[in-house]
Write a protein that binds this ligand. Structure first.
Ligand code: SAM
Ligand code: SF4
Length: 443
């Protein structure tokens, strides 16, 4: 009997990369690979990389360092690199890391199984061609059922926004919306396999369909997804403040399946910095949207992303960002120090903010956000939350699920509850999760 082949896949970066990795695993399962969490047992190692910040990119090189020795001890081991760093570096990666067998770009996921076969024959190959036309729509690998009740669904790829600091448009290509008929078919198939919650993914989901003739827009797409029997919860990420239409805001008021959470990155609270970032909105417009969202869904949980230490950011600009955080009262925030990315406009901006100042600002911002998050979390203690049970908790001794507002709740209960909606009373609030007490299966 042929020995089972093992795949170790490491993913860096955003949810879109996580979704891509799941698709790579599905495709390689069909070629006879099973997943392992132990790279030293693997016959095939794939690294799905991120280049949004320099730090994320460096992670690839430290991982490659770890795997170099494995390759020395196992000549037959195949190592492949995909994702944004692969797209950016292409052929150069094969030169920098002679034990890497293949490099595939962000538009070439569909080629992975063939590249693995070629690597098994001893070839070393790169494929980082962009497919910036409708052919890309036919090459979207499909998600497969894997027993989970909550799944990602990529609805668009790439980005045309060219925020001045961001490498994404250069490594993910032009923005292209998937056909709504394909998206809905995929979600229907998921619903048939007991998926209850879908998260629609894209760099800028609320510009969905706007550039495709005859296609519906994002709010219409949400309504179509909502009409699918079996799908009980809909989420999406990421939405761009400049494309937040009144019709999308009213979905939060009218659509019971749409969860009460929006990730709406502001990036900065200062108009001067927003203009240099080329984000396409000002603080006042952003806050107007927040007000409208809170009116449409009073209990909405708002999360965001902030970049601190953008070139030229003064203390006054930074204080504007802190005051935005207080005014919006974000449920949580991802915050980053500005990282210079090649090819972007901001790479040529004169940066007079010292790294020490940037670190200090990040720490002040994170302290403030932590206080707000914990206070908000504490206000949930005693409330009954509707939780979709996703599986075991991280520690493994409890069940874990999420509230409608996307907060994690751990509680004691029977494993048979996985996949059900249950009422849970929140008994304790932590920084990143709640502890709860199971009451009953929800009506
Ligand atoms: N498309 C999404 C949007 O516009 O909000 C986000 C995509 S990006 C992968 C995720 C986050 O990384 C951004 O919201 C931004 O805060 C951060 N980011 C992007 N480029 C960065 C850079 N050069 N330095 C620091 N953070 C950056
Ligand atoms: Fe990057 Fe801006 Fe596109 Fe988001 S919208 S991916 S930050 S260019």
């Amino acid at each position: 009997m042929e020995k089972e082949k093992l795949l170790y896949l490491e993913t860096f970066g955003c949810q879109m990369n996580v979704d891509d990795s799941e698709k790579i695993v599905s495709m390689l399962n069909r070629s006879g690979y099973q997943s392992t969490v132990n790279p030293s047992l693997a016959d095939l190692i794939i690294l799905n990389t991120c280049s949004v910040r320099a730090k994320a990119e460096q992670k690839l090189y430290s991982s490659l360092g770890r795997f170099k020795d494995l390759k020395k001890n196992n000549e037959r081991l195949i190592v492949g690199v995909g994702g944004c760093v692969a797209q950016k570096e292409g052929e150069r990666l094969l030169k920098k890391a002679p034990f890497v067998s293949f490099v595939f770009g962000t538009h070439n996921l569909h080629l992975v199984a063939n590249m693995v076969s070629a690597a098994q024959e001893g070839q070393r190959l790169t494929n980082v061609d962009f497919i910036d036309n409708d052919t890309r729509l036919d090459l979207f690998p499909q998600s497969e059922a894997d027993g989970r009740v909550s799944r990602f669904v990529t609805i668009m790829q790439g980005c045309d926004n060219y925020c001045s600091y961001c490498i994404v448009p250069f490594v993910r290509g032009r923005e292209i919306s998937r056909r709504s008929s394909d998206i809905l078919d995929e979600i229907r198939r998921m619903a048939d396999k007991d998926v209850k919650e879908v998260t629609l993914l894209g760099q800028n989901v609320n510009s969905y369909g706007l550039k495709s003739q005859g296609e519906c827009d994002f709010s219409e797409l949400l309504h179509k997804v909502s009409a699918i029997d079996g799908i009980e919860r809909i989420r999406f990420t990421t939405s761009h403040p400049k494309d937040l239409s009144p019709s999308l805001i009213s979905c939060f008021a009218d659509m019971s399946k749409l969860c009460g959470h929006i990730h709406l990155p502001a990036q900065s609270g200062s108009d001067a910095i927003l203009a240099k970032m080329e984000r396409g909105y000002c603080r006042k417009e952003y806050l107007k949207n927040i007000e409208a969202l809170k009116k449409a869904r009073p209990d909405i949980q708002i999360t965001g992303d902030i970049i601190v230490g953008f070139p030229g950011e003064t203390e006054e600009d930074f204080l504007q960002t802190l005051s935005l955080i207080e005014e919006v009262e974000y449920a949580d925030q991802f915050s980053f120090i500005f990282s210079v990315r090649p090819e972007t406009k901001a790479a040529s901006f004169c940066d007079n903010v010292t790294y020490r100042e940037k670190q200090e600002r990040l720490s002040r911002l994170q302290t403030l956000q932590k206080q707000i998050t914990l206070e908000r979390n504490k206000s949930f203690v005693g409330s009954i939350q509707n939780v979709l049970v996703e599986g075991r908790s991280k520690r493994g001794d409890q069940l874990s699920g999420r509230t409608d507002g996307n907060r994690i709740v751990n509680f004691t209960g029977e494993l048979s509850l996985v996949g059900s909606f249950v009422s849970v009373r929140i008994t304790k609030a932590f920084q990143n999760s709640f502890l709860g007490e199971y009451k009953q299966v929800s009506e």
